[in-house]
Design a protein around this ligand. Structure first.
Ligand SMILES: [Zn+2]
Ligand SMILES: [Zn+2]
Length: 177
């Protein structure tokens, strides 16, 4: 083999080797880039996780702060509901008022009862069973501005209205007695 040929062959091999090296380097570079990308993603996930945990903590604190408030509101609503329900029922027999058989009757103090029930009670007693305000049979009033069944709000209006009129000395003879 001539010296020239050897040199030519060496040169070609060198070029091939260089190409191989470059390809290898490119692959290495790609790998590094992929790794960097992965690390960035992992960091992002960690950050999101931390944020979500922080948010959850904040929400838990808010829940704790809100709970007593909501409980209080619930209690007060339940109490109101109870009052309305009670206002629609007779203190004595716990039955709902009915225009025919179980009429509402109001005393001077503003408390409302079934007419027959309070009548029976006042034969033996001289006061309102709820507030002890003096009461006699003549105080039983059954004349309502307008009798609307099953309306606690109207009952309250009626009761206030009647109590005010009664306090002004306005008396109505109970019907039927
Ligand atoms: Zn009754
Ligand atoms: Zn009373």
């Amino acid at each position: 083999m001539e010296k020239k040929d050897i040199s030519k062959m060496l040169k070609r091999e060198l070029i091939l080797e260089l190409h191989k090296q470059r390809a290898e380097n490119d692959k290495q570079e790609e790998l590094i880039q992929a790794k960097i990308h992965l690390i960035t993603l992992r960091n992002q996930v960690q950050e999101e996780k931390r944020k979500s945990e922080e948010l959850q903590e904040k929400l838990a604190i808010q829940d704790k702060d809100l709970k007593p408030f909501i409980d209080r509101e619930n209690q007060s609503l339940l109490a109101k509901l109870e009052k309305i329900t009670e206002g629609n029922k007779c203190y004595f027999c716990k039955l709902k008022f009915q225009s025919e058989t179980h009429r509402r009757a109001i005393l001077k103090c503003g408390h409302v009862f079934g007419e027959m029930c309070i009548h029976t009670y006042l034969i033996l007693h001289k006061n309102c069973p709820i507030c002890d305000f003096p009461a006699v049979l003549w105080d039983i009033c059954t004349r309502w501005r307008k009798l609307s069944e099953n309306s606690a709000a109207d009952d309250k209006d009626n009761a206030t209205h009647m109590a005010a009129r009664l306090q002004q000395g306005y008396r109505i003879r109970p019907t039927g007695y």
